[in-house]
Design a protein around this ligand. Structure first.
Ligand code: SF4
Length: 495
């Protein structure tokens, strides 16, 4: 086979990287050592993306795959695509094109009576702006290679699809044309290609200030590097201002919350927050905090769920990306003077565990007393989903929902605020301040994403010996509710 000798400067992903931030493109070409490792949760999303891509091919069966043997060398794919087009193939998967040093591989290319149709598959549940830019570059490269698409569409997940029996790809996916948006972007794409090719080969890194592009539409994998001089208790955390304003203040030299001035006239509680940062102290709204604590009735249940979510629903009567609880921890405090009792559940990854989960949970939660959860809306939505799925337990589940109280509320509303929270009310930020002896750092599983990914992997290979991992998951979820006990006791001592 004749090899295309022209190596590409930009792929679709490096173009998009540069389109979002030129510095990110330059760093990805010259300082790959600064890229942060991909978190397990993110990697699993990528892996799910491959599964979604394969499933979407079933919408256009009988295609020929032009994928390269290795993703480090796409040149053979370009030649295979040319050959398949010349042979008159109707459906080509992973069709690759290259123009002017830009390589773009399309998920599905289909020849109909009136011409070529292009389909990009995304595992999101709607079309995002960045998907349109992605499609616009694809269209630009293809058109310049002599394949002008009659239409270009994004195939994405339909989040209203309910699985009943085998997966039905024609119901799981929705197809949305972005042709007019893509055509409107063609001049901009052409100009951006010129600029970004130059950026990629420049010897020096472009100057780009940190801003919204560092986390939107994705968290940049150079964030740790670019943000290393952002101080603790930074103005970028100060929730009173919109993001744009926070970055404006930061770049004007107001880098910390304590630097905000004049602060006395700011609205409550932000004036007290700034004061707490200036004094490195604590702010307490006595009245609100006391009223909140009065609503809590013994026995107090501290409850936390872990969940899994799949782009392609795994169980009957479940939906794409539905949060399915697979694990819980409950600490029960019968009165102020006793030590709490611990109860927990971790599902068997080899079966549909939803009914067992809710039956065990209902038994563990008794019938009286407050149930505290941290960010209660999450647990509430899981319980509502269970009530819908198992109507025989609807009354008991609704009774549980009526007993729920959100332990995050005093922190979210700033009725209790310590400057070391740095405007966050996440339990991961609150706990180290209130109970510094408790730490997630030494645990093998130390965050919800990792716990979720680990269990989803266990579901993929349920017969493997997972006993060590099961112990780690139980330990992690148990620490979440033990942390809540400590936070509750701390607030009790305050009031
Ligand atoms: S962290 Fe922000 S400024 Fe740095 S490369 Fe990424 S997007 Fe650009």
């Amino acid at each position: 086979m004749i090899r295309n000798k022209e190596r590409h400067f930009l792929s679709k992903s490096t173009f998009l990287r540069g389109y979002i931030c030129k510095k990110s493109l330059w760093l990805s070409k010259h300082r790959r050592d600064l890229i942060a490792p991909t978190p397990a949760g993110q990697q699993f999303i990528f892996d799910q993306g491959h599964e979604v891509g394969k499933l979407a091919q079933k919408l256009f069966p009988g295609g020929v795959d032009a994928s390269p043997a290795t993703h480090f060398d796409y040149q053979p794919s370009i030649e295979i695509t040319k050959k398949l087009i010349a042979e008159g193939r109707q459906v080509i998967y992973e069709a690759a094109f290259q123009h002017n040093g830009v390589l773009a591989a399309l998920d599905i290319l289909v020849k109909k009576e009136d011409g070529w149709y292009a389909y990009e598959v995304k595992s999101s549940t709607k079309v995002h702006d960045i998907n349109v830019t992605d499609a616009a570059l694809q269209y630009w490269v293809m058109k310049n290679c002599g394949v002008e698409a009659k239409d270009i569409c994004i195939v994405h997940i339909n989040n209203e699809y309910e699985r009943v029996g085998e997966i039905e790809p024609e119901k799981l996916f929705e197809t949305e044309s972005v042709l007019y948006l893509v055509i409107a972007l063609q001049d901009e794409i052409s100009e951006s290609v010129k600029v970004l090719k130059q950026v990629a080969v420049n010897e020096t890194c472009p100057t780009v200030l940190i801003d919204k592009q560092c986390t939107d539409p994705y968290t940049c994998d150079f964030k740790k590097h670019c943000w290393e001089s952002v101080p603790d208790e930074s103005i970028l955390d100060f929730g009173m201002y919109r993001k744009e304003e926070r970055f404006r203040l930061y770049h004007s030299g107001i880098k910390r919350i304590a630097d905000v001035t004049p602060w006395k006239d700011l609205k409550v509680p932000y004036n007290y927050i700034v004061e707490a940062h200036i004094n490195k102290g604590i702010y307490v709204d006595d009245v609100q905090l006391k009223n909140f604590m009065k609503t809590i009735i013994y026995p107090v249940y501290f409850m936390d769920f872990e969940t899994v979510r799949f782009a392609v629903p795994k169980f009957n009567n479940s939906y794409p990306y539905e949060q399915i609880p697979n694990q819980y921890s409950v600490h029960v405090l019968n009165n102020e003077n006793e030590e709490p009792v611990h109860r927990s559940y971790l599902a068997d990854p080899g079966k549909d565990f939803r009914l067992e989960f809710i039956e065990t949970l209902l038994d563990d939660l008794g019938s009286t007393g407050t149930i505290l959860a941290y960010n209660v809306s999450f647990e509430k939505s899981c319980l509502k989903m269970m009530a819908f799925l198992f109507p025989q337990y609807e009354v008991r589940i609704n009774a549980v929902i009526d007993r729920l109280v959100d332990l995050a509320l005093p922190f979210q509303k700033k009725w209790y605020y310590d400057s070391r929270f740095s405007c966050s009310y996440s339990i991961k930020d609150v706990l180290p301040v209130i109970a510094p002896d408790l730490s997630y750092k030494n645990l093998a599983v130390n965050n919800g994403d990792d716990a979720s990914v680990l269990f989803m992997k266990m579901m993929q290979e349920p017969n493997k010996d997972w006993s060590a991992e099961r112990k780690n998951l139980i330990e992690y979820c148990g620490l979440d509710t033990w942390a809540m006990v400590r936070i509750f006791r701390h607030l009790n001592t305050i009031v």
